[in-house]
Write a protein that binds this ligand. Sequence first.
Ligand SMILES: Nc1ncnc2c1ncn2[C@@H]1O[C@H](COP(=O)(O)OP(=O)(O)OP(=O)(O)O)[C@@H](O)[C@H]1O
Ligand SMILES: [Mg+2]
Length: 271
Amino acid sequence: MTGSSRDSGVRPFPFFRAGAQAHAGESHRPILVLEDVYKYFRRDVPTLKAVNLTIERGEFVFVTGASGAGKSTLLQLIYRKHTVDQGRISFCGRDIARLSSSSIPYLRRNLGIVFQDFQIIEHWSVFDNVAVALEILDMPQRLVRARVAEALERVGLAGRGPERTSDLSGGEQQRVAVARAIVTEPALILADEPTGNLDPHLAIDILTLFEEINASGSTVLFATHDHSLIAKRDHRIISLDDGRVVESRTGLGGWHAAAQAAMAARAAIGA
Ligand SMILES: Nc1ncnc2c1ncn2[C@@H]1O[C@H](COP(=O)(O)OP(=O)(O)OP(=O)(O)O)[C@@H](O)[C@H]1O
Ligand SMILES: [Mg+2]
């Protein structure tokens, strides 16, 4: 546990650190389980239908699917921007669908969230954009400075804290957003098209950065519709189609094998 253990009052949602040993009792359980999840934005048509998923601690998972398939909605249910209409989402063993609204900040301190459009404050300094994530933890300033410096170093922006964020390039601004997401050492990182506004070579750099973060202990859910990015790696892929999980495999090698098996099956029945 971190400085949060010094908070006064009730803490209805515990603080799980990224490293498995930081919360040994949880390390053998899946970090995230979705059971028969439905989400309706329109009464008649569910946006997500009967979604069942298990994400193990330490995994790196691509979430893919066409525009409108429900990738963002899936992530938004996990960080409680929306609530499920049916089903259950367990994060670190807690049913987050049933958290009271006053508990949601405690859930979110366990999550690092990165968006396509960065969502940083451009007229703030790089330091302030990252330090804001630590505000809820009520840390001494000396510790805040050390944690921000460490996060900036991890994203390749060592020493850039005093700069105005608007002066940075797009790729660097996304690195600031990643630093803000990791500075609390969250157990789970949710990245919603984090490379969508970046050139292809910068997209690879940012993907690699998330992989390094994953290697140091955080579980990563990385939503993207960019198949050229997915094809470069061998991570597990969860594919959404019309609100359903239609594929959940490891690597595009698995996809090709499945496509070949389907072709062979069709040939066998003369279809
Ligand atoms: N807040 C909302 N209110 C109403 N409908 C919504 C809302 N959010 C999402 N939807 C609908 O849910 C469906 C899935 O949207 P979502 O944003 O999750 O798709 P996506 O896979 O992330 O697409 P994209 O690749 O374009 O980001 C869409 O039909 C969308 O219109
Ligand atoms: Mg989306």
